[in-house]
Design a protein around this ligand. Structure first.
Ligand code: PLP
Length: 359
């Protein structure tokens, strides 16, 4: 079967695996829907866009992606609205960011129209995999990687682009404990910190493991030059409510320009909350915490939407914020964004891309 718009060839599964999946308790990123999208770049262009059954791929061990990490990815979600509609949230932002990520590490970007159609087709086919339970969603993971089997540290000239999808539950069930790392660095100016390249995540694994061993959930990254300014957290951007001011590190090329971050800033400003995007020193945060002025801290990202932070430790000192629950602003932002995503609240910013599906 060939789809008219983008000539995506579709090979459907003969039997769905849906009956084996527990969509109410899927965990995160562990089970995958029936189909995946696949396309190859060769001889100077992307070709043969195909949707096929999700499954193993056979590759050569010499692929450049294994050795030099030439790989980028994205993450967005599809939300159940009703039996005939699934919502995507600002998918064009993810597509635009993936284009930037691709450019930074010499992967030819996927044409944006085709990218969006691929997601849409996949969602139409696998819409029954979108969980209906409150807080759960179908995570969409596009990625592009170097598929040329040559041992040479240079850009590949063969790539593959995939989209896989995974029913997921909520990412952080409890408030998050952060350790501001004084030694390790996630990204430096001029590096790849503003892109979703695989290597950024590989570099963070060891420091995060060390923080976990000490009882923390995540590292709060500081800047690479002075180890003084707050950057971001694992897979989230970070916000602090100091008195009545919402502050977040500005986009300076070392942190990821989060889609949720941008949505939080727009919403807060819409509600007349004063928002500052600027350099935020860890000393300012700790001082505000000690003086009782740090009313809230939360991370923002596709996985958790808004995740409350209740502990920040730095240089042997710890400040505690909201021991058990979310702060009022974080909760309001979560309710609003999740409400918009699931079609329960109005969408004044035009963030929703609805996909009509047929049962
Ligand atoms: C390093 C990093 N920062 C921030 C974010 C949050 O970005 P978004 O809101 O687009 O999910 C993510 C997740 O994609 C991330 O991996």
């Amino acid at each position: 079967m060939i789809s008219e718009k983008a000539n995506i060839e579709i090979e459907q599964v003969s039997e769905s695996r849906l009956a084996e999946a527990d969509l109410d308790n899927p965990g995160f990123g562990r089970i995958f829907a029936d189909h995946m999208f696949e396309m190859e770049y060769r001889d100077g262009s992307w070709h043969s866009p195909t949707i096929k059954p999700y499954g193993t791929i056979e590759v050569e061990p010499a692929l450049k992606v294994f050795h030099y990490g030439q790989s980028v990815f994205e993450g967005t979600k599809a939300y159940y609205v009703g039996d005939d509609t699934v919502n995507l949230f600002r998918p064009e932002k993810n597509i635009e960011r993936m284009t930037q990520s691709c450019r930074r590490i010499c992967i030819p970007p996927v044409p944006p129209d085709l990218f969006l159609q691929a997601i849409e087709q996949l969602i139409k086919l696998d819409h029954r995999w979108v969980p209906q339970k409150e807080g759960n969603a179908l995570y969409i993971r596009p990625f592009a990687s170097a598929f040329e089997p040559v041992i040479a540290a240079s850009s590949a000239d063969v790539f593959r682009f995939y989209i896989i999808t995974s029913p997921v539950g909520s990412y952080y069930s409890k408030p998050v404990k952060l350790l501001a790392d004084q030694h390790h660095v996630r990204a430096a100016r001029g590096g790849t910190g503003a892109t979703k390249t695989a290597g950024n995540y590989a570099a963070s694994l060891y420091p995060v493991q060390q923080a976990k061993d000490k009882g923390f959930d995540q590292v709060l990254w500081l800047d690479a030059i002075e180890h003084k300014y707050v950057e971001e957290v694992g897979t989230m951007n970070i916000f602090f409510l100091i008195d009545d001011l919402l502050v977040t590190p500005k986009l300076s090329g070392t942190i990821l320009p989060g889609v949720t971050r941008d949505s939080v800033i727009q919403l807060a400003r819409h509600w007349d909350v004063e928002v500052e995007e600027r350099a935020v020193s860890i000393d300012e945060v700790m001082e505000a915490g000690k003086q009782g002025k740090l009313r809230e801290a939360f991370g923002t990202g596709t996985a958790a939407v808004v995740a409350p932070v209740n502990t920040i430790s730095y240089n042997g000192e710890t400040v505690t914020i909201h021991e058990e629950e979310r702060g009022a602003l974080g909760q309001r932002l979560y309710d609003e964004i999740y409400g918009i995503q699931t079609g329960k609240k109005e969408d004044p910013f035009g963030w929703i891309y609805p996909v009509t599906v047929h049962s």
